[in-house]
Design a protein around this ligand. Structure first.
Ligand code: ATP
Ligand code: MG
Length: 273
């Protein structure tokens, strides 16, 4: 029996974002549509100013669109008030930024505990969960180190531990390797692949073609729109073992509904919900 495709995790329909600065309007998103299904690993590429970070802010529920529909697990975000949005974000979404965005003086475990406090987790449980998340990213022996006592790659690992400690469904990363040397960047990509193989859905913005090539699907933006959407099966990508170790690209027409990785996967990742 054919398997049904994994459920959409996020659905974006005809999204626009206009920044108004005095009398000047910047049309950062111009009616963009995108579906990402549970278990996908998507790279978003495009020239500077094409709207990638704006889109990530929308996907991450950090900012509201000017118009259009955005659903997370079928739930329409535009109907939610501030608190409900924050709850949805805390539950479903983790964020990683280029510059790590860690607190300057806090030790690693404290950085990772913070989102748990906001989610109302007890101090004891938060400590245990933070420790586990840091262990997962290979920093089990750096719990008490402050950012200045960690390498760039280790700081990014702390940021990733902080992003995954709530066990979100979706990890968003905006240029996660942009501030790292290539060897350290490679370690972060390997970690992403591990997390992806454990069921996390990933959306990564990058300028680096080598970083994009690690994803299963590459979405290209230009002037606030999607102009390319390619699903690839690559020996680099952390696809389930049943996928052959060859490289083929399957261009998808961008006017059609967004493609699914089901086309290239014999064994989709399980939902982490
Ligand atoms: N807060 C803001 N206020 C006004 N304009 C903004 C704001 N944020 C972004 N813009 C504008 O929106 C457009 C898209 O910006 P965005 O940051 O999404 O691009 P990007 O693709 O992430 O670029 P980069 O690759 O340089 O990070 C740009 O023209 C930018 O100047
Ligand atoms: Mg950006």
């Amino acid at each position: 029996m054919p398997q049904s495709p994994p459920h959409p995790l996020i659905e974006i329909i005809d999204l626009t974002k206009i920044y108004r600065m005095g009398t000047v309007e910047v049309h950062a998103l111009r009616g963009l549509s995108l579906t990402v299904r549970v278990g996908e690993y998507v790279a978003i590429v495009g020239a500077s100013g094409s709207g990638k970070s704006t889109l990530m802010n929308m996907i991450g529920l950090l900012d509201r669109p000017t118009s259009g529909v955005y659903r997370v697990r079928g739930q329409a975000s535009q109907k939610l008030d501030k608190k409900a949005l924050a709850d949805l974000r805390n539950r479903e979404i983790g964020f990683v930024f280029q510059r790590f965005n860690l607190l300057a003086r806090a030790p690693a475990r404290r950085q990772v505990e913070l989102p748990l406090f906001y989610a109302g987790v007890s101090a004891r449980k938060a400590r245990q969960m933070a420790q586990e998340a840091l262990k997962k990213v290979g920093l089990g022996d750096r719990l008490h180190h402050r950012p200045e006592e960690l390498s760039g790659g280790q700081q990014q690992r702390v940021a990733i531990a902080r992003a995954i400690v709530n066990q979100p469904s979706l990890l968003l990363a905006d240029e996660p390797t942009g501030a790292l040397d290539s060897h350290t960047g490679e370690e972060i990509l390997t970690l992403f692949e591990e997390l992806h193989s454990q069921g996390l859905t990933l959306v990564v913005v990058t300028h680096d073609p080598d970083v994009a090539a690690r994803a299963h699907r590459i979405v290209t933006m230009r002037d606030g729109l999607i102009v390319g959407d390619v699903t690839q099966v690559s020996s680099n990508a952390a696809a389930p073992a049943a996928v052959p170790a060859t490289t083929t690209s399957v261009p998808q027409p961008v006017s059609e509904p967004a493609p699914t990785i089901q086309q290239t996967r014999a064994n989709p990742c399980p939902s982490v919900s």
